[in-house]
Design a protein around this ligand. Structure first.
Ligand SMILES: Nc1ncnc2c1ncn2[C@@H]1O[C@H](COP(=O)(O)OP(=O)(O)O)[C@@H](O)[C@H]1O
Ligand SMILES: [Mg+2]
Length: 308
């Protein structure tokens, strides 16, 4: 995408009224993320969106991503949107530390993460809706249509996915504007609070998914997941729901990585990241939890029925 980047930089420079230089940031798994600076020390974040990502079904349409990014910015959780450019967006540069899994597992961080989610979730609704069950079907459809390699035994787990969805539907939760992809790299701690970036999969959803997804991405144990659940909801009542969504996160994002590996091979090579190995790792975590003897109790708890 050299043209989009080149013209975006020219437009940023015209907007700033000064020449700018840019440095590519590592860590983004989808788009080109650049820090843009002037000689006077101003800095911004340029997100050059890769249309192939959304075309492959790995993200929402770019125009809707930008609408949701603006809404998230309005809550103070997302970065401020300073300029919309063709195929790119210029954002506030958040000074802080991008979290990693061990930072998200730090018990002192749980209240900050919960607070950021609550603030985002109480903001204006997003322009898109999101269900992890529909996302799984959509990604599986892509894998089938393109005959992509998926982890062995994946399809054997589909009946249990239907069982999880039926349990969730027994007592559906009201949806709120969710990020839906809270891996540690999308959380930045500015020393005071957690900010959230990257609205590529944002949409209105059950808030328990947001927590389960955070827990999956940072490899939480049940105790940690319970602590985050209490920090967000005030008590641990929805803990089983969060645990089931943790499993759904690992199962569904397995396919996200399979699709990325299969359809965007060139992109994957440039990102220097093994998308295929990540698919296998996520599926291994999902099967570990599905085969755990406590799994049936999670289903019963969510359905509101105690096992005798
Ligand atoms: N507004 C921002 N301010 C500072 N750093 C940012 C900002 N947005 C993203 N980053 C950094 O760039 C990394 C990748 O950005 P992200 O938007 O998550 O890209 P991708 O969609 O490719 O995952 C983040 O993990 C974070 O370290
Ligand atoms: Mg990201």
């Amino acid at each position: 995408m050299p043209d989009v980047l080149g013209s975006a930089l020219e437009l940023v420079s015209a907007w700033a009224g000064r020449p700018v230089t840019c440095t590519r940031l590592k860590g983004g798994l989808s788009h080109q993320i650049l820090r843009v600076e002037t000689g006077q020390g101003d800095r911004w974040l340029l997100r050059v969106l890769d249309p192939e990502v959304s075309a492959a079904g790995l993200g929402i349409p770019l125009d809707l991503e930008i609408v949701n990014t603006v809404r998230a910015a309005g809550t103070g959780v997302g970065a401020q949107v300073l300029l919309r450019l063709p195929g790119a967006v210029l954002l506030e540069y958040i000074d802080g530390v991008t979290l990693d899994a061990s930072a998200v597992r730090d018990p002192a961080m749980a209240p900050h993460v919960a607070e950021a989610c609550r603030r985002l979730h109480s903001g204006p609704r997003f322009a898109t809706d999101f269900s992890i069950f529909r996302k799984l079907e959509e990604l599986l459809g892509l894998c089938r249509a393109h005959e992509l390699k998926i982890p062995e035994g994946y399809e054997d787990r589909l009946p249990v996915v239907a069982e999880i969805e039926a349990a969730m539907d027994a007592r559906p939760a009201p949806t709120v504007p969710c990020h839906n992809d809270l891996l540690p790299a999308n959380l930045i701690f500015d020393g005071r609070r957690v900010r959230i970036v990257d609205y590529q999969l944002s949409g209105n959803n059950d808030p328990a998914f947001e927590l389960g997804d955070i827990a999956a991405e940072a490899d939480y144990d049940a105790e940690m997941a319970g602590r985050l659940t209490s920090a967000y909801f005030g008590d641990e009542t929805p803990a089983a729901r969060v645990q089931l969504y943790l499993i759904m996160s690992n199962l569904t994002w397995t396919l996200w990585f399979s699709v990325h590996h299969g359809l965007l091979a060139e992109h994957a090579a440039a990102a220097d990241f093994d998308y295929d190995a990540e698919a296998a790792a996520k599926f291994a975590k999902a099967t570990r939890d599905l085969d755990d003897p406590g799994f049936g109790r999670l289903i019963d708890d969510v359905r509101g029925r105690r096992r005798l």
